[in-house]
Design a protein around this ligand. Structure first.
Ligand code: ADP
Ligand code: MG
Length: 366
């Protein structure tokens, strides 16, 4: 094979926020919105990248493939080539033309959709023997060590491994996965994703601060990661932490892990409609204990609940981005309109809303 088209999706996280880097549980599903790569093999070791959405076509040579050696959006595909080569794979030179439906910076992981599409294309073009289970770590290496973004393991795993009609229950410590049936349409429910359009505010810095607080708390508690603190042991753990901020951060992580487990139990039992209170409790925990929400996302959650949603929460790293709401499928327009009205009243930029059908992971299209 020397050419083709590949695609990889953006994702939303149904529940389990800021748990991934604490070795905990997450429950994302893939969106129908995808990044596409039209790729063909070149007969020299260079990578020609272009994007329909971003200016700055680039031709990258092997010599430029060092962390810090590539600027702009081309860092993302370059990082994937770099991580493959660092891992010992003989990556074919390729032309990679990118086009994506995933909105940038909305918390739906446009960066991972792009990276996962590029990785899948390069693996197929080069006939690289890289098992699916190992691919998320390679993409994480690209994003952490080449692009320089300190992200966890959830987003790449979702983009690569999700299945249509299912949410992906992922244990971020063992990397064990389970595809949990989540066919909402069959029970006339829907997840409405609301892009709040809130500009990200100091996201990277705050993300790093949260991570360090968690690592420090785990060190004080003498556990490898906060995953090892259970709800039953929470009060005792909190009593051993020196300050109120770290107590609140730990409470979020520990209770959020439990909410993921409780959500999975309900989904396994087919009780989709009953997960609403867990979603809303997750939001309250992010707002009050983890302190990663902003007025736009709090407004979207309140307006969706007031309009009849069973539950609603911010999804993604925080400080802006998207909210998801569990609703009766026919209520999508009503809930979307209610959120838009609340935004207009508050003087916020108009939001966008779309129902999100759980979709499949990265794949070759042609
Ligand atoms: P997100 O939450 O959407 O992943 P990030 O800041 O992590 O936000 O990644 C967004 C970056 O990914 C963009 O600034 C750009 O560099 C790159 N990117 C995403 N989609 C595209 C695209 N279609 N074309 C080029 N670059 C893209
Ligand atoms: Mg990203």
């Amino acid at each position: 094979m020397d050419s083709g088209v590949w695609a990889a999706p953006g994702r939303v996280n149904l529940i389990g926020e800021h748990t991934d880097y604490n070795d905990g549980f997450v429950l994302p599903f893939a969106l129908p919105l995808r990044a596409y790569v039209t790729a063909s093999v070149l007969d020299s070791p260079q990578w020609m990248v272009s994007s329909r959405e971003e200016p700055g076509d680039a031709t990258l040579t092997a010599a430029e493939l060092v962390p810090g050696g590539v600027e702009g959006w081309a860092r993302y595909p370059a990082g994937v080539v770099w991580a493959l080569r660092e891992t010992g794979y003989d990556v074919p030179g390729a032309r990679l033309d990118i086009h994506s439906e995933v909105p940038v910076g909305a918390g739906l992981s446009s960066s991972h959709a792009l990276e996962c599409a590029v990785l899948t294309a390069l693996c197929d073009l080069g006939g690289l023997d890289l098992p699916l289970e190992e691919r998320p770590h390679l993409v994480q290496r690209a994003e952490n060590d080449f692009v320089g973004a300190p992200t966890g393991i959830m987003d790449q795993t979702a983009s690569l491994r999700c299945r249509a009609g299912h949410a992906l229950f992922l244990d971020c410590r063992s990397m064990a996965t389970e595809h949990i049936p989540f066919d909402l349409a069959a029970v006339d429910l829907a997840i409405l994703v609301i892009d709040t359009k809130a500009p990200h505010r100091h996201t990277d810095g705050e993300y790093g601060v949260r991570r360090r607080t968690c690592e420090e708390a785990a060190r004080i508690l003498g556990v490898p990661a906060l995953r090892d603190v259970t709800v039953a042991g929470l009060d005792a753990a909190l009593g051993r932490l020196p300050d109120e901020v770290s107590r609140r951060r730990v409470r979020h992580v520990v209770t959020e892990n439990q909410r993921v487990l409780d959500t999975v139990a309900l989904l396994r039992a087919g009780r989709y409609g009953e997960i609403g209170p867990l979603l809303t409790a997750s939001h309250v925990s992010m707002r009050d204990d983890y302190e990663i929400t902003v007025p736009e996302v709090d407004t979207a959650v309140s307006a969706a609940l007031d309009a009849g949603a069973y539950g609603a929460r911010m999804t993604g790293g925080g400080f802006g981005g998207c909210v998801l709401a569990l609703i009766d499928a026919p209520a999508a327009e009503k809930v979307g309109t209610a959120v838009a009205s609340a935004f207009a009243e508050a003087g916020f930029t108009a939001p966008a809303a779309f129902p999100a059908v759980p979709s499949g992971g990265a794949t070759r299209l042609s």
